[in-house]
Design a protein around this ligand. Structure first.
Ligand SMILES: [Zn+2]
Length: 457
């Protein structure tokens, strides 16, 4: 590791200049007028990958912005890691709130300021240089790597899943590592090990072809809006738990060690309420807020409509009423089975006199890698060695599309390791990255590949 640390030390200026060059390419994937820039960022990365010594470097077309693929597979007997990051960036408006032009990166107060400095060119660049550090000093990497750098993360990833599906034959790996996240509040090192899944549904209730006069028909027909309210009211118990029979049957209990790790994370509930403008917290008292967010399923109404919505009054019985509902899923819930349980329950509690339809709009898989998994332990040890603190384990309440993709399509354990932090202003004006996180991130990655090399999983 000494030679590698010396390499990192002596390339500091060169690396920073290279990073700033990448940041100066306005690869705003969502804007047509920047398509050539987005392509140029892909070419920049592909050129670096080739120069470093990766094989099969390819700017792979997707129907949208290309995926930059490369591999290095000469570490016989060592694990293969599929490394994900993205090179597209968010738009920059409102431009007048930027203190410096977003694509003229500057270093100030120990930070690099530019669009993409944190999200997510930092990680693209760190992975390039972590590999280079190994290959230049040792002529080899301790693990096998498959690089998948996306160019459409900020614009919906429409072509990502189809590309992964089409290329699954050459994406075999033991672990998916997503570098697009970061540390916990207060710049505390963290590894994200859990993401929730989702099933999204719509309920449609109809009673007649047209709205009816409530004076002429009230009392003689079922009201679809009332019927929908009845259905929705039956979905949850007063304590907030979900009343759908079987809903919790597949939920994996947290281990005592996982609960200990949750308890270790500092969280000031009053500050949390204040920061998010909440009046009250509400949830299952058997779990903490972070546990409920990361490791318990939900069922929520996301939207509800029907009947008269305008000013004043209009005396009708609406012809139909609708609701969007969604359920956040945790291990080991099956999205399709969860939908079927909810569907059967909704239909069974539907009041007489209306037609009720429930359809699934989309779903996504959860992912969770146990904290005892060798790949997680190796990451924790590497972070601790570099940053001097035992990392926290994060369980996201939402999902990260690439995480669901790797869990769903490739069936890989997913680990999210990144070095940004909550106040980097990703997606906002004056985005930046702490240079010490950047340097520490690089030292962590080179150590991580080393530690991982002797693990089997
Ligand atoms: Zn990102």
């Amino acid at each position: 590791m000494q030679e590698i640390d010396a390499f990192i030390e002596r390339t500091r200026d060169e690396r920073l200049a290279d990073f700033l060059e990448l940041l100066s390419i306005p690869s705003i994937g969502t804007l047509k007028e920047h398509d050539a820039d987005t392509q140029r960022a892909a070419e920049f990365i592909a050129e670096r990958l080739t120069g470093i010594g990766f094989d099969n470097v390819e700017i792979s077309p997707t129907g949208g912005h290309p995926i930059v693929y490369a591999d290095w597979l000469h570490a016989e007997g060592a694990p293969t890691v599929l490394v994900y990051a993205h090179y597209d960036v968010q738009p920059v408006d409102p431009l007048d709130l930027w203190k410096r032009p977003p694509f003229e990166p500057v270093v100030e107060n120990g930070r690099v300021y530019a669009r993409g400095a944190a999200d997510d060119k930092s990680h693209v660049h760190l992975h390039l240089w972590a590999a280079r550090a190994w290959l230049e000093t040792h002529g080899r990497l301790p693990v096998n790597l498959r690089i998948v750098f996306e160019g459409e993360e900020e614009s919906g990833s429409d072509h990502f899943d189809p590309w992964i599906e089409a290329n699954r034959g050459r994406l075999s790996a033991n672990l998916a590592m997503i570098s697009d996240t970061g540390f916990f509040e207060g710049n505390k090192p963290a590894i994200t090990v859990g993401l929730r899944g989702l099933v999204y549904m719509q309920i449609d209730v109809s009673g007649s072809q047209l709205d009816l006069h409530s004076g002429s028909f009230g009392g003689n027909v079922q009201n679809p809006a009332n019927a929908l309210a009845t259905i929705i009211a039956r979905l949850k118990n007063d304590d907030g738990s979900v009343a759908v029979p079987g809903f919790y049957d597949q939920v994996l209990a947290l281990t005592p060690r996982e609960r200990e790790e949750f308890a270790r994370m500092p969280l000031d509930l009053e500050a949390f309420k204040r920061d998010h403008g909440l009046y009250e917290l509400f949830g299952d008292p058997d779990f903490t807020l972070l546990e409920r967010r990361g490791a318990r399923p939900t069922l929520d109404v996301n939207g509800i409509w029907g009947g008269f919505q305008g000013d004043g009054s209009k005396t009708i019985i609406p012809a139909h009423a609708h609701a969007k509902i969604s359920s956040r899923l945790v291990p080991n819930m099956d999205p399709e089975r969860t939908f079927q349980l909810i569907r059967d329950f909704v239909l069974s509690v539907a009041p007489a006199g209306v037609k009720v339809k429930i359809s699934k709009l989309n779903d996504g898989m959860w992912s969770r890698t146990p904290i005892e998994h060798p790949a997680v332990e190796a990451a924790a040890d590497s972070l601790e060695e570099v940053f001097g603190e035992r990392p926290y384990y994060l369980y996201e309440g939402g999902s990260v599309p690439a995480g669901a993709t790797f869990a769903n399509i490739l069936g890989l354990p997913v680990l999210l390791l990144g070095f940004t932090q909550p106040d980097d202003q990703a997606h906002a004006p004056n985005e930046s990255l702490r240079l010490d996180n950047y340097e520490g991130g690089l030292r962590t990655l080179v150590r991580y590949w080393q530690r991982l090399s002797t693990e089997t999983f």
